[in-house]
Design a protein around this ligand. Sequence first.
Ligand code: TXA
Ligand code: MG
Length: 322
Amino acid sequence: MIILKDSEENIKKAAEVIKKGGLVAFPTETVYGLGADATNPEAVAKIFEAKERPYFDPLIVHIANKADILKVAQSPDRRTEFLIERFWPGPLTVILKKRENIPDIVTSGLETVAVRMPSHETALSLIRESSTVVAAPSANKFSSLSPTTARHVFEQLGNAVDFILDGGQCLVGIESTIVKIEEDSIKLLRPGGIPKEAIEDCLSLEVVEMQQHLKVEAPGQLDYHYSPQKPVVLVDKIPVDDNNAGFLFFTKPSFNIPLDRSFILSADGDLREAAANLFLALHFLDSLDIKRIYAQRLPEKGLGLAIMDRLKKASMKFKNFS
Ligand code: TXA
Ligand code: MG
């Protein structure tokens, strides 16, 4: 395993690894991805092995030009085209009918494929230099916390990955929004970096949240995704007198808090800043010598919907097993 700054030269080296069927972890604007040549089924199989991810959980294929969508999928419908025009490159993933050259292992045998054009320059250069399209889930062990720094990747995957490109901290910090457009509805399969409201504004249509149906639509969206090792408890008011707990505050509280066991997502309640810090905060709190993490609920509007989705899933793990 090599870990190097994302210089032009190192991106070229990483692209060689992808071309040869290896695994490269790379920064995107959302979270770090674990990439392999999406047209090479053996290379893609290594992603599942490294992450210990079940094969029924399909991957997102990343492209570096809007036009390359046709290398992966059938022509998008008009509404999907609108969304792509407005939000690509950026944290939006669309579900389309797949082309035959995309192997079944990428889509878990589904007829559809998830496609996204990231906005991070390193991600774009890596894909271009690889001369292919790149399948990439988040670069963490299955169901664990997503990585927003190269160090997070190293800690979870270590030698299971051939090359880590270090591009610093991810700016959006939360995964892409996944939408599926059907004849009569627009489905939000996963809330993420593009707010649901922005998609509704763009199309002048209502977007339907698919929480209940996620297992059918996006098999990977198990209830206990994005989990730290420590139990996460969602609360309205943080019980700061619990000496065995760490605390995740949305905004700066007006009372004294144990600073060494607390993380404030955004002092003045900015949801963009809160999203960018979310996984960093959970990685930090999870590393402390504490028994549980209390996380403060925040409004489920704009990016708050995606942040709360991740926090709810993080808290589910122990609800299910305790
Ligand atoms: O921001 C992101 O999207 C990051 C970066 C690396 O691009 N990637 C990411 O990938 O979050 P991953 O594998 O952690 O999440 C992809 C989700 C999975 O929950 C999967 O079930 C869903 O996308 N998905 C993939 N293909 C699908 C399909 N054909 N239909 C429905 N859902 C799909
Ligand atoms: Mg993931």
